[in-house]
Design a protein around this ligand. Structure first.
Ligand SMILES: [Zn+2]
Length: 468
C-alpha cells in the first residue's frame, strides 16, 4: 500500500481512558468497597453533580435542544434532583419521529456517527413494541453499561473462570452482547454463545452445557424455564449431569430458581440505558445503580408523580452517557419505589420492585390497570397448569374484556375447578374479573413463541379491531 493511501483508524484501545473509566464507575469488587456503601447524602451529591453535566451534554444535541427550547427550559435551570422535573420527558414515539424526520439515525445522537472519528456500535431493541429503533453506543457508554451489568453478576456469584451459557439472542438486539461483554471483559468468565432455541436447538445447547461443564446460565426467564423442562425430558440432572450453580435472568427469578433448583437472580435494564438495577440477594427487591441513574416513578397516563409505594412507569435519566444522552426517558416499564433506607446488604441505593410489566401493554379493565406479566405471575402459582398463558383483550360494546388462555398439564383432572379457582384468584388479587379458558398442554406455543423466541408474546390486543 502506498503511503498516500494510508489513513488513521480510531482504535478501540485508544478510545477510552480506562483508568478514568474505572475511577468514575468502579467495577466489582471495588464498587462494593466504595460507592455501594455511600450515604444517602453522598449519593444525592454525586447524582446532582453528574446530572448538571448530563444536562449540559444533552442540550448540545438537537433532539433535546428543540424540546427544551419549546418548553422554555435551559440547562442552567436544572441544578438539583428536584429540578429534573422541569425538563420535558419523552417516549419511544419521540425517538421514532426523530428517525422519520432525520433518517436513518434521527437527531438524538450528538455527533456524526458516520464520520469515523470513534468506533461506534449500533444495536436495537428486541422490537417487542413496533419497529426496532437504532441505538448507538460510544466506547465509554458501552463500557459503563458493561461495568454496571457486571456488578450485578459479581454480586450474584459469578466468578472468574465460570463457563456461562448465554441464551440471549445474538442479533441486532443488544442484550446478548451486553451480557457477553460484561462476563468476558469485566468478570473473567467464559461466555458460551449458543443463544436461544432459534439459533441452537435446546437439546443441542444442553449437550454442550454437559460437555463443556457450563456452570451458569444467562437469559430471559421464558426460555430458561423451557430449557429446564427440556433438560428434565432429556433426563439431565443438575448436580450430576449438569454442573450448574447459578442462573441470571431478566425477571421471574423465583420461578427460574424453582425450575433449576439453583440460585437465580434478576438483573434489569433496557438497551438504550443499559443495566439499571439488580436484585438484592439480601431480602429481595432491586437496587438501582444510583451513581449512574436517576429514576422517577409517575402515573402512566397523567405523568404526575405517584405517591411513594404506588405503581407507575419509570422515567429514567442516565447520568453517564456522552454523545447519546438520556434525560427523562419514559421507558414504559412499570414498578414501584421502596421506602428509602439502608438495606440489609448495607447499601442506601434506592430499591424498586422487580418490573411489573410494560405500561404500553397495560390493559385498563373497568378502571383497573392489568399487565399480562401480572396475570402470568398468578398462573405460575397454580397447580395443574403448565404456566403457559396468553391474554386476549377485546372491546365489547362499551367495556373491555380480557380472556386468559391457560394450558393445563396432561395429568390435570378437575379442569372446571382449576378454571374457577383461577378466575377467583384473579378477582381477589387484581380486583377485576378476567375470564379463563383452559387449553391443551403445548397448544399455546404457536401463539406465544415460547421456547423459540427469546421473549414470549403474551398479549393479543384486539381492541383496535373490535368496534367501539
Ligand atoms: Zn440490598
Amino acid at each position: 500500500m502506498l503511503e498516500k493511501d494510508l489513513h488513521d483508524v480510531p482504535f478501540y484501545y485508544q478510545s477510552i481512558d480506562f483508568e478514568e473509566l474505572v475511577r468514575e464507575y468502579p467495577p466489582a469488587p471495588d464498587f462494593f468497597r466504595g460507592v455501594f456503601k455511600l450515604s444517602l447524602e453522598e449519593i444525592r451529591a454525586l447524582q446532582e453533580k453528574r446530572l448538571r453535566e448530563a444536562v449540559a451534554r444533552a442540550y448540545k444535541v438537537p433532539f433535546y435542544r428543540s424540546k427544551w427550547d419549546a418548553a422554555g427550559v435551559e440547562p442552567g435551570d436544572i441544578k438539583t434532583i428536584e429540578d429534573i422535573k422541569k425538563a420535558p420527558m419523552y417516549t419511544v414515539e419521540d425517538i421514532r419521529q426523530s428517525v422519520d424526520a432525520y433518517p436513518p439515525f434521527g437527531d438524538y445522537v450528538g455527533r456524526d456517527v458516520l464520520a469515523g472519528e470513534i468506533p461506534w456500535r449500533i444495536h436495537s431493541s428486541g422490537g417487542t413494541a413496533g419497529e426496532p429503533r437504532p441505538t448507538f453506543y460510544t466506547p465509554w457508554d458501552r463500557e459503563v453499561g458493561n461495568i454496571l451489568r457486571a456488578r450485578s453478576y459479581y454480586w450474584h456469584g459469578f466468578k472468574p473462570g465460570d463457563v456461562v451459557m448465554n441464551t440471549l439472542l445474538y442479533s441486532t438486539h443488544n442484550a446478548a452482547y451486553s451480557a457477553h461483554e460484561s462476563l468476558w471483559q469485566w468478570l473473567g468468565c467464559i461466555p458460551v454463545t449458543t443463544s436461544a432455541g432459534v439459533v441452537t436447538r435446546t437439546t443441542r445447547a444442553l449437550e454442550i452445557a454437559q460437555k463443556w461443564q457450563v456452570n451458569a446460565l444467562v437469559g430471559f426467564p421464558e426460555y430458561l424455564l423451557h430449557m429446564s423442562q427440556v433438560a428434565k425430558d432429556m433426563g439431565l440432572e443438575v448436580g450430576k449431569d449438569l454442573k450448574l450453580k447459578l442462573v441470571e435472568c431478566f425477571g421471574k427469578s423465583d420461578l427460574v430458581r424453582e425450575a433449576w433448583g439453583v440460585p437465580a437472580y434478576d438483573t434489569y435494564g433496557m438497551h438504550e440505558v443499559q443495566a439499571i438495577s439488580s436484585e438484592c440477594p439480601y431480602g429481595g427487591g432491586h437496587h438501582i445503580w444510583e451513581d449512574a441513574f436517576i429514576v422517577e416513578i409517575v402515573d402512566p397516563e397523567t405523568y404526575e408523580p405517584v405517591e411513594p409505594g404506588e405503581v407507575g412507569t419509570m422515567i429514567v435519566t442516565a447520568l453517564y452517557k456522552e454523545n447519546y444522552p438520556i434525560v427523562r426517558y419514559d421507558i414504559k416499564d412499570v414498578t414501584r419505589l421502596w421506602p428509602q433506607g439502608q438495606c440489609e446488604c448495607g447499601s442506601w441505593m434506592q430499591k424498586i420492585d422487580p418490573i411489573h410489566g410494560r405500561s404500553d401493554f397495560m390493559v385498563k379493565l373497568r378502571g383497573v390497570n392489568v399487565w399480562p406479566e401480572g396475570v402470568g405471575t398468578i398462573v405460575a402459582t397454580k397447580s395443574g397448569l403448565t404456566g403457559e398463558y396468553y391474554c386476549i383483550v377485546e372491546r365489547l360494546v362499551n367495556r373491555e374484556e380480557m380472556t386468559v388462555q391457560v394450558e393445563h398439564t396432561s395429568d390435570a383432572t378437575d379442569l372446571d375447578f382449576i378454571q374457577q379457582d383461577l378466575e377467583r384468584t384473579f378477582r381477589d388479587r387484581l380486583n377485576v374479573g378476567i375470564k379463563v379458558e383452559m387449553v391443551e398442554p403445548d397448544s399455546l406455543a404457536p401463539l406465544t413463541g415460547a421456547g423459540v423466541l427469546p421473549k414470549a408474546r403474551r398479549l393479543d390486543d384486539r381492541r383496535k379491531l373490535t368496534p367501539q
